[in-house]
Design a protein around this ligand. Structure first.
Ligand SMILES: Nc1ncnc2c1ncn2[C@@H]1O[C@H](COP(=O)(O)OP(=O)(O)OP(=O)(O)O)[C@@H](O)[C@H]1O
Length: 255
């Protein structure tokens, strides 16, 4: 669980986060949504320890980051998995070398044991044996995401941070990737935080949603609530997509 309490973050004169309170729950996919510039990435980077808030707290399973010494911060970093926009794989490394990378960085041990773990996670994300020695450019976008997910979970993280994990994918593959992230979250009891712009993702895996507007937590709830709420701030955002507007109209007309 990650608990954010009265979090404030500014850059110069600009107050980007203005007192965010939210609990990111364990074993759930916790989504951060909101318009461009609302502060989603700043919130995520604050949870990663990249930004230091001016005020407020972030607690990881009850322990405040501000109370950690450098060694504890390093330990915490080992417990974090990251899945960046576009996958961010190393082009010059094979699939298995990419997944091996965090293991070699953070864990001691024999290469053979590392490789066993790499194959275990690649199997878990259903990436076939025939792809292990390929380079990222030689596999599809969906497969690249699977590799990036495997790399993010190879160290058995307690916390998984995903920045638009399904960007650039077709809707079907995007849904498969969303569901894979959700399955792993439940299976390994990870506290997963996902930034998304994709309302399909909200519909698929929105178990606990933080909706940010201008650096404020404007709404929270889950996927069943977000499509029912009459809160105008939320409906303006959710139904800004034509498709969802049509779904909403059909719903209201009882179709
Ligand atoms: N390192 C930084 N230095 C100065 N300002 C920053 C920095 N990072 C973010 N900001 C500002 O904070 C505001 C919120 O940015 P943020 O990236 O969190 O938005 P976002 O909701 O993630 O947007 P998007 O959906 O477009 O990624 C923006 O006005 C941005 O310019």
């Amino acid at each position: 669980m990650i608990e954010v309490k009265d979090l404030h973050k500014s850059f110069g004169e600009q107050n980007v986060l203005k007192g965010i309170d939210f609990v990111f729950e364990t074993g759930k996919t916790n989504l951060i949504i909101g318009q461009s510039g609302s502060g989603k990435s700043v919130l995520l980077k604050s949870m990663l320890g990249i930004f230091t808030p001016e005020k407020g707290k972030i607690e990881y399973d009850g322990k405040a980051y501000s109370s950690f010494n450098p060694e504890q911060k390093r330990e915490l970093r080992k417990e974090m998995g990251m899945l960046f926009q576009g996958g961010a794989l190393f082009d010059s490394m094979t699939v298995e070398e990419n997944v091996m990378f965090p293991l070699r960085m953070f864990r001691k041990g024999k290469k053979k044991n590392h490789l066993d773990r790499v194959y275990e996670v690649l199997d878990r994300v259903k990436l076939g044996e025939e792809h292990r020695k390929k380079f990222p450019a030689e596999i599809s976008g969906g497969m690249q995401k699977r590799v990036a997910i495997a790399r993010a979970i190879v160290n058995k993280p307690k916390y998984l941070f995903c920045d638009e994990p399904n960007s650039g994918l077709d809707p079907k593959t995007a849904t498969i990737i969303d569901n894979l992230i959700h399955e792993l979250t439940v299976e390994y009891e990870i506290t997963t935080v996902v930034i998304t712009h994709d309302m399909n993702s909200v519909l698929e895996i929105g178990e606990n949603i933080a909706f940010l507007k201008d650096g404020v937590l404007a709404w929270k709830g889950d996927k069943s609530q977000i499509f029912k709420t009459d809160d105008e701030t939320v409906t303006d955002f959710v139904y800004s997509s034509d498709l969802f507007k049509k779904v909403r109209q059909a719903q209201l007309q009882g179709l």
